[in-house]
Design a protein around this ligand. Structure first.
Ligand SMILES: C[S@@+](CC[C@H](N)C(=O)[O-])C[C@H]1O[C@@H](n2cnc3c(N)ncnc32)[C@H](O)[C@@H]1O
Length: 230
């Protein structure tokens, strides 16, 4: 990254809706300039923190374009136990609980897990990494992932981990952002440069290679819903 101009970090942050608290957090981080894009990506979406992140991920309509198709695809109900990986503020967990299912979420952002516990009382919420799920084999009957897959450096590893903790035949619904949305408000730069985009065919192949069956990718204007079962 070329050397930043004075005030440039603050300008970029304001484009993302960040405020004085976030600007101060960047300066207090003591990180070198070339770590800025990674820091910003974490702050906004990859490991959200700060007041603005709590407002965004606790909002009623956050990612409802993903939440609704995921829940439609999984159709949870009494007797089910849904796992959400990267649960953010917990609204999907809350909506899953409302169907009568049990719901557990993991997220590696401590702030998001605190928010999810508030927004989805009754759900189990654990601060953990998708790559090392702290659950016994065959624990869950369904898997949800909403706007998380894009951030995974090793998605095959995460899918293997999910498989370990899911029961045979469990449905899976993963919503992610396709390459056609790169550079749009759905995947703005510079965050997009640190994300992982897959064509529909690549996404389906990744799922099949990880042992998923009945793999389908539905693409709605660049938003991809991968549905499958184990
Ligand atoms: C863009 S937010 C989406 C949050 C929520 N799923 C939603 O749709 O509103 C991505 C979430 O995934 C979490 N996340 C990203 N990578 C993760 C990983 N490797 N392990 C656990 N959580 C992760 C982030 O902390 C963040 O809360």
């Amino acid at each position: 990254m070329p050397k930043m101009q004075p005030g440039e970090a603050g300008q970029v942050m304001r484009r993302f809706g960040l405020g004085d608290e976030d600007v101060a957090a960047w300066h207090e981080s003591g990180l070198p300039e070339d770590a800025f894009t990674g820091w910003l990506t974490d702050r906004v979406a990859r490991r959200p923190s700060g007041r603005r992140a709590r407002e965004v991920y606790g909002a009623e309509d956050v990612h409802d374009f993903a939440r609704r198709p995921i829940l439609d695809a999984l159709a949870p109900g009494p007797g089910d136990h849904l796992l959400e990986v990267g649960c953010g503020g917990g609204l999907l967990l809350r909506d899953a609980l409302a169907t009568g299912a049990a719901a557990t979420g993991i997220d590696h952002s401590a702030e998001m897990t605190r928010l999810a516990r508030q927004r989805a009382p009754g759900a189990g919420v654990v601060c953990a990494a998708a790559e090392n799920l702290p659950f016994a084999p065959n624990t869950f009957s369904a898997l949800a992932m909403s706007v998380v897959f894009f951030f995974l450096a090793d998605p095959a590893r995460v899918l293997r981990e999910c498989r370990r903790v899911l029961r045979p035949g469990a449905p899976v619904a993963i919503y992610t952002t396709g390459p056609e949305l790169r550079g749009t408000p759905a995947a703005p730069e510079p965050l997009a440069s640190l994300g992982h985009f897959y064509s529909d065919a690549e996404l389906a192949a990744l799922a099949s290679q990880s042992g998923l069956a009945d793999v389908q990718v539905r693409n709605d204007g660049g938003g991809q819903l991968l549905s499958a079962r184990w």
